[in-house]
Design a binder for this molecule. Structure first.
Ligand code: CTP
Length: 399
C-alpha cells in the first residue's frame, strides 16, 4: 500500500468536483492512509460534511470557532496542521487559491494551511476560462514559488458543458503524486524507512472500579524516545499508558491501561524493526477484580496478586534477525549488575539503566542519567530527557 500509515489532511473547497473528494478519500484509505477532512463553508453547499465524517470516521472541521465545543477547539487548525504528513486540497477553487497565496486565514481550511508543518498539494479545479484567466495563472505561479505543490487539472468535459482544462485529476494521479511528495519530504536519518515502536508511561491494574495499582511514571522519557526516533527518520508508533503529559500530534499513538492490554498491543506490533520499551509496567495484578467498590467493612484487607505477562521478555524470545530490542531498567540498588542481568535474560540488544536514587533521574523528573549497556559496551548520558533520548539513539544507530 503506497500510503501505508500516512496521515492525509484532505481540504475540500466549494466547487462542483467537491463530490469527487469523497471517492478520493476512499482511495486514500484503500492505499493505507488515515484521512481527516476540512471543508470550506461553501464546499458544504455541494456535499454534506456528514459524508466525509462517516467515511473518515472522524469529525470534519469547517469553522475555526465552534458553538458546540467552545473549549479549546479553536486551536484545531494548529493541531491538525501538526498531525498531517500531507495536506491535499482537492478540489481547490480559484477563490481558495487566491487566499492561499495571500496568506489569508478566514476559515478552518485556510488557517490550517498556514499552520501546516507538512507539504501542501493543491489540485486547482474550475472552469476552463477561469483556469486560463490572468489572475489564476499568476496565483498558480506564485503558489509554486512559495513551495506549494500543484497537480494540474485534466482536460475534459466540465460541469458548464464546455470541454476544457479544469477537471479534477483521477484519484490514481493524486495518490501517486501524494506518495512521491511524502517520500521526498521524509526525514533522512539512520531510522528512515524503519518501523519503530516505543512504549511509555505506567500501567494501571484495577482492584475494583475505583482503585488501581500503578506507579508514578509520567511517560516523559518514553515520549522523548519517540520524538528522537521520529527526528532520526523512524516511522514511530507510541504505545502509552495513562500519561501525565501531552503527546505531540505528530506522533502516531495507541493507548493501553493494564499490562495485559500492553501485551496484546505489543503482539500486534512485534514485527517492528526497532522496539523501545520505556513503559513502567506493573509486574503484578490483583488475582481477582471486584465488580463493585470494595467496602471498608473489615479491619484488614488482603490482596492476592498474580504475575503479569512480561512483554519485553516475550519479544526477546520472538526476536527476529536484524530486529533491535531496547529495554529500560529502573533500579534502587546494584544498577549496572541488575540491568546487565535483564539485558541477558530478556535477550535484548541494549538496556537503558536508570537509578531511582539519583536526584536528577527517575520518575516525573525533567532530567535523567542513563547508563546504556550493550553486550560489550556501556555509555553514560545525562541531561534533559530530550537530550538523553537523542544521544542514546545516536549512539545505537549513528547520526
Ligand atoms: N517489562 C515488561 N513487562 C513487565 C515488566 C517489565 O515489558 N511485566 C519491561 C519494561 O518495560 C522495561 C524492562 O522490562 O523495559 C525492565 O523493567 P523493570 O521493571 O526494570 O524490570 P523487571 O523485569 O520488571 O524486573 P524487576 O521488577 O524484578 O526489577
Amino acid at each position: 500500500m503506497i500510503l501505508s500509515g500516512k496521515r492525509i489532511l484532505l481540504g475540500v473547497t466549494g466547487g462542483i468536483a467537491a463530490y469527487k473528494a469523497a471517492y478520493l478519500l476512499r482511495e486514500f484509505q484503500k492505499a493505507g492512509a488515515e484521512v481527516r477532512v476540512t471543508m470550506t463553508p461553501s464546499a458544504t453547499c455541494f456535499i454534506g460534511s456528514e459524508t466525509f465524517s462517516s467515511l473518515s470516521r472522524h469529525e470534519v472541521a469547517v469553522e475555526v470557532f465552534s458553538d458546540e465545543d467552545p473549549g479549546d477547539s479553536w486551536t484545531k487548525h494548529i493541531h491538525w496542521g501538526e498531525w498531517a504528513d500531507l495536506f491535499v486540497i482537492a478540489p481547490c477553487t480559484a477563490n481558495t487559491l487566491a487566499k492561499l497565496v495571500q496568506g489569508l486565514s478566514d476559515n478552518m481550511l485556510t488557517s490550517t494551511v498556514l499552520a501546516a508543518r507538512c507539504p501542501v498539494l493543491i489540485c486547482p479545479t474550475m472552469d476552463g476560462e477561469m483556469y486560463e484567466s490572468a489572475s489564476v495563472s499568476a496565483n498558480l505561479k506564485k503558489a509554486r514559488e512559495m513551495g506549494f505543490y500543484i497537480e494540474e487539472p485534466e482536460t475534459g468535459y466540465l460541469a458548464s458543458g464546455l470541454e476544457a482544462k479544469g477537471r479534477l485529476p483521477e484519484p490514481e494521479s493524486i495518490l501517486k503524486r501524494s506518495s512521491d511528495i511524502i517520500k521526498k519530504h521524509r526525514i533522512q536519518g539512520p531510522l528512515t524507512g524503519k518501523k519503530v515502536v516505543v512504549t511509555a508511561g505506567p500501567t494501571r491494574e484495577f482492584i475494583d472500579p475505583v482503585r488501581f495499582i500503578s506507579n508514578p511514571s509520567s511517560g516523559k522519557m518514553g515520549v522523548a524516545m519517540a520524538e528522537a526516533a521520529r527526528a532520526l527518520g523512524g516511522d514511530v508508533t507510541l504505545l502509552h499508558g495513562p500519561l501525565s503529559i501531552a503527546i505531540p500530534d505528530r506522533i502516531n499513538s495507541k493507548a493501553f491501561v493494564s499490562a495485559d492490554d500492553l501485551f496484546s498491543l505489543i503482539q500486534k506490533h512485534a514485527d517492528a524493526d526497532v522496539i523501545i520499551k520505556a513503559a513502567a509496567v506493573s509486574d503484578f495484578k490483583p488475582a481477582e477484580r471486584a465488580d463493585q467498590k470494595t467496602k471498608k467493612n473489615d479491619a484488614e484487607l488482603t490482596l492476592r496478586l498474580e504475575k503479569n505477562p512480561d512483554s519485553l521478555a516475550w519479544l526477546g524470545q520472538q526476536k527476529r534477525k536484524g530486529q533491535v530490542l531496547i529495554g529500560f531498567a529502573m533500579e534502587t540498588e546494584n544498577l549496572i549488575e541488575n540491568a546487565g542481568k535483564k539485558l541477558e535474560s530478556k535477550n535484548l540488544d541494549w538496556i537503558c539503566a536508570n537509578s531511582l536514587l539519583d536526584h536528577s533521574s527517575g520518575f516525573e523528573k525533567e532530567t535523567n542519567i542513563v547508563h546504556l549497556l550493550g553486550s560489550d559496551q556501556s555509555h553514560e548520558f545525562s541531561g534533559t530527557k530530550t537530550e538523553v533520548a537523542m544521544n542514546i539513539l545516536k549512539k545505537i544507530f549513528g547520526e
